[in-house]
Design a protein around this ligand. Sequence first.
Ligand code: KIV
Length: 288
Amino acid sequence: MSVHPEPVNKVLISDLLNMKGEGKKISMITAYSYPQGLIVDEAGIDIILVGDSLGMVELGYKDTVPVTMAEMLHHTRAVVRAVARAHVVGDMPFMSYNISVEQAVTNAGILYKDGGADSVKLEGGMEMADKVAAIHKAGIPVFGHIGLTPQTAALMGGFKVQGRSLDNAKKVMDDAFALEDAGAFALILEAIPKQLSQLITEKVSIPTIGIGGGVYCDGQVLVLHDMVGLFRRFTPKFVKVYADVYTTQLNAVKEFIRDIEDATFPGDDQSFSMKEEAVEELKQSLKK
Ligand code: KIV
């Protein structure tokens, strides 16, 4: 028996390209676990990213740099087990593709073949084009990620908006062209001015998905924990918070503690019972 759900109208790369062509917006969100995968797939999201943001929002690291291939593989598998419809992207962690083309193809293969992801994502523009091309040539679809690239934010002076100056805007534009030429099937545009995203979106034939990239991208992505209020260390400007799941869970656990202390939990509804006669018989047997 398969542990994976039967694919239901699985979102294909060709569907995403058609959506761009038809001007239909693409929805994307992160997920890291089986229940999160079930929720976002049932909601009807088009693309699920098992992002290396995992390191910050689920594993408590300071940033995404320490995330390992073993962690990404473990969480990608959990999400893949839940998802029937959405396209699942496995994120390549820092230093799993930066050293050589061979290393990049090998690790992409692990997330794709062993993890069951439908594609892989890596950060970087022109400087990563050779790796993107090699992974693509190996038969694995690749999602690009340009603009602000959190794994190498230290080289960008921190988590700063990219592409504001003419030179930097041209660089981001060239990154987009280089990845498209290398065979990437879609691009994340992170933290760049909306006018630059608009130009890139018009000029490339592949879908652009913005996170802090403004409304003109072909689609939008957010980190699940940011938009449901589960990650509270900081909230980037581009996040819209739709729920306060942290407080909901906090209040549920507080109520549970009160119920235990008051002995109002478990009630009869949560308890098992035996017949009165059986209880009496048991008591009598103990007296003998
Ligand atoms: O890891 C992640 O969640 C990401 C998003 C910021 C796109 O790469």
